[in-house]
Design a protein around this ligand. Structure first.
Ligand code: PLP
Length: 327
């Protein structure tokens, strides 16, 4: 198994940049997780760096994962497997989605994609593992989206990184907003906060798909799993805010306002955002701030990545382009 020099050492801190956004007398910053220096970045890189260590320790020869093969997760995992010289096997639900840039990259990295009906996923994973064992191979399985303790751990580290950056910048953030999907990113950030016993700020996960009940329960479960015996001592219900009011009808759905926000950020700040995660969550954050009359606060938004998805929806920039307002 080949080593990946980048993941052999601790990742360097991603930049926190100021934004020129007007919304309720607040000041805004963005942490550019999209600039993590592997395969177009994003939160899946941070998670992958933790799984990398587990894979090295396990001496596996096949990396298996579950997820849509158009996902950021599958792009990162298949690229990592390719760089380590390992076979990559992706179990993906059957879907009628057009091929995205992520899909094409996953294919280029040589991952084998096995599709199955959504209700047969668990069985398909078990069968495939069994098959590899029989062939004398040693698979390492990564849950969809990089869910699980290593994924959580990666965002506990990111939380500590934010605290260190605050010290250097001489300011404290009152809020941290981010897109929440499988909830692993949120679980890590909240665990970081709980372990530091630092309740001076709120972390708000803007759901991109799940309803509050399910989404919150999954984040809580991840927190429980990560904290283990310390859970009862550390957990606080109030630290877990999973906001589902800005889902626009579900995963992948978006509206004109989200497109306008994406255009504004690209034209005015030079920052690309996608419609499924980051653009949606950023728009959700602005609405949340308005609806809750939040003012005079220092607000950090975590840009969790998805750069290739930006290019899949490149045409939406026409809304802002050329003869549009150059104010
Ligand atoms: C996967 C993903 C998320 C969601 O992260 P979770 O840890 O699953 O909640 C957010 N943004 C982007 C760009 C992603 O790819």
């Amino acid at each position: 198994m080949k080593k990946l020099a980048l993941f052999e050492q601790q990742l360097s801190a991603t930049p926190i940049v100021p934004l020129n956004i007007e919304c309720g007398e607040n000041r805004f910053w963005m942490k550019r997780e999209d600039m993590l220096p592997f395969s177009f970045g994003g939160n899946k890189v941070r998670k992958a760096a933790e799984f990398y260590e587990e894979i090295i320790k396990s001496e596996a020869d096949v990396v298996m994962t579950y997820g849509s093969y158009s996902s950021n997760h599958c792009r990162i995992i298949s690229n990592m497997a390719a760089s380590m010289g390992l076979q990559c096997h992706i179990i993906s639900p059957e879907e009628n989605r057009e091929a995205l840039f992520n899909t094409r990259m996953v294919e280029q990295f040589g991952a084998v994609i096995e599709t199955c009906p959504v209700n047969e996923v668990a069985q398909t994973i078990e069968n495939r593992k069994e098959h590899f064992f029989k062939e004398g191979k040693k698979p390492y399985f990564i849950a969809g989206g990089g869910h699980g303790n290593p994924g959580t751990q990666s965002y506990v580290k990111a939380y500590r990184e934010i605290c260190a950056q605050e010290k250097m910048m001489g300011l404290d953030f009152d809020y941290i907003f981010h897109a929440s999907g499988t909830g692993t990113t949120q679980a890590g950030l909240v665990c970081g906060q709980l372990l530091e016993k630092d309740f001076s700020r709120r972390i708000v996960g803007i759901s991109i798909a799940r309803d509050r009940k399910k989404g919150r329960a999954v984040v809580k479960e991840s927190i429980k799993e990560y904290l283990g015996e310390d859970y009862t001592e550390y957990f606080e219900e109030a630290a877990l805010i999973f906001e589902d009011a800005f889902r626009c009808g579900g995963y992948g759905k978006y509206n004109d306002e989200i497109c306008d926000v994406i255009c504004a950020l690209m034209f005015r700040e030079g920052i690309p955002m996608d419609t499924t995660y980051v653009g949606k969550a950023f728009w959700g954050m602005l609405r949340y701030i308005e609806e809750n009359h939040i003012s005079d606060k220092r607000i950090l938004f975590l840009h969790t990545g998805g750069t290739p998805l930006f290019f899949d929806h490149f045409a939406l920039l026409d809304r802002c382009g050329k003869d549009n307002d150059r104010k």
